[in-house]
Design a protein around this ligand. Structure first.
Ligand SMILES: Cc1ncc(COP(=O)(O)O)c(C=O)c1O
Length: 388
């Protein structure tokens, strides 16, 4: 079969490949602690599941409008306005099957062939994959461990050229758990306005934050609402990865085009899922608070445990549910160590390079697993590293 040339430019998300490898080891009888995949281990809160069941009984089993059910778009606009202090309308919102399609659709709609897109590296691998696939030029912006995985604004400035069309930011960040400060966002916004850049702001971890950190959106900065796409969703905050529910908030003109891309691909997001999403946003938030508190407890256990392993150095992140320790002190490459830990210690984690070239020297552990399992994993890693 002929395969189109462009497929050679398509990347992937290594987490799914490592998950498959870990499952194959489990099928052979080996015990594996899963710290590779970025999904909450909690069940979706009961009130949301009940709303979905009722929606099925109420007949929400048909196609819905391409940009999303009007009631959900309104609930999202209200929720974002209240949380961020902005003034979006439902016309700014497009509901998609997960947050991921917002990356694909907005890059497709905004980036011409040869346009440059600056993106964080290490960063979510789909940014680079989609930029490449759609004919843009990916320009990596290195995140610095010494800056707690923020980037250097001077470095960003130097990467901007007349061909730069878009800047992607992600705070709290995958894979490092790093956050951007208000000062960072102000400076980034000033650059975006001065150079007429579109900013794709991936805020999917906005509500998973610790130690009193308050998430701030770049969309709130002067001149930014008209050039920002907020990517958010239900997967992480409400433990709803399998429901495939996300959304983008963006200028109306772009929202219309993204809805048209949706008509050309998914048609719409599942209708009963969308009804449940209204309950997620407007119902009790007690479970979200509980899950975040539990993530914090796990973060503290894993950060302390990793820092006690010779050769490891782990920053304490303020958001998301990932840690990104430096393993330079072990003298091994990231890829070697990730494979070694899976095969020899039964601990699945990801090589920092799964998130781009600047991830060399690091591993990513997702702590969306129980404290008991994290403790087992830490013990295994410590023994395996000592045996190197
Ligand atoms: C930074 C980031 N953005 C977006 C997504 C996509 O989430 P989903 O499509 O499941 O809503 C993920 C998932 O891992 C992520 O880590």
């Amino acid at each position: 079969m002929h395969i189109a040339q462009r497929m050679q430019r398509l990347g992937t998300e290594t987490a799914f490949l490592v998950l498959a490898k870990a499952k194959a080891l489990e099928a052979q009888g080996k015990h594996v602690v899963h710290l590779e995949i970025g999904e909450p281990d909690f069940d979706t809160p009961v009130n949301i599941k009940t709303a979905a069941k009722k929606a099925l009984d109420d007949g929400f089993t048909h196609y819905g409008p391409a940009p999303g059910l009007p009631d959900l778009r309104a609930a999202i606009a209200r929720h974002i306005n209240e949380r961020l202090g902005v003034s979006y309308t439902p016309n700014n919102v497009v509901v998609t099957p997960g947050g991921k399609p917002i990356m694909f659709f907005t890059i497709l709609a905004c980036v011409d062939e040869g346009d440059e897109v600056i993106y964080p590296n290490p960063g979510f691998p789909i940014y680079e994959s989609v930029i490449n696939f759609l004919g843009g030029k990916p320009v990596p912006l290195p995140l610095r461990e010494e800056k707690e995985f923020r980037f250097d604004i001077g470095e960003l400035k130097r990467l901007i050229t007349p061909r730069t069309r878009m800047l992607i930011i992600n705070s709290p960040q995958n894979p490092t758990g790093g956050i951007l400060t208000r000062e960072d966002l102000k400076e980034i916004a000033a650059l975006a306005v001065a150079h007429d850049l579109i900013v794709l702001s991936d805020e999917i971890y906005a509500r998973i934050v610790y130690d009193g950190f308050q998430h701030i959106s770049i969309a709130t900065m002067p001149g930014m609402a008209e050039r920002t796409i907020i990517l958010d969703g239900f997967s992480k905050t409400f433990a709803m990865t399998g429901w495939r529910l996300g959304f983008g908030v963006m200028p109306e003109e772009l929202a219309r085009l993204v809805a048209q891309l949706q008509i050309n691909s998914n048609s719409c997001t599942a209708s009963f899922s969308q009804v449940a999403a209204i309950e997620a946003l407007t119902g009790s938030q007690q479970e979200v608070t509980r899950m975040v508190a539990e993530f914090k407890r796990r973060r503290d256990v894993i950060v302390e445990g990793l820092n006690a392993i010779p050769g490891f150095r782990c920053h304490r992140p303020l958001g998301a549910f990932y840690v990104f320790p430096s393993i330079v002190g072990t003298g091994k490459s990231s890829k070697f160590l990730a494979e070694y830990l899976l095969n020899e210690a039964g601990v699945a984690c990801l090589s920092g390079t799964a998130f781009g070239a600047f991830g060399e020297g690091f591993l990513r552990f997702s702590y969306a697993n129980s404290v008991e399992n994290i403790v087992i994993a830490l013990d295994r890693v410590r023994k395996a590293v000592a045996a190197l």
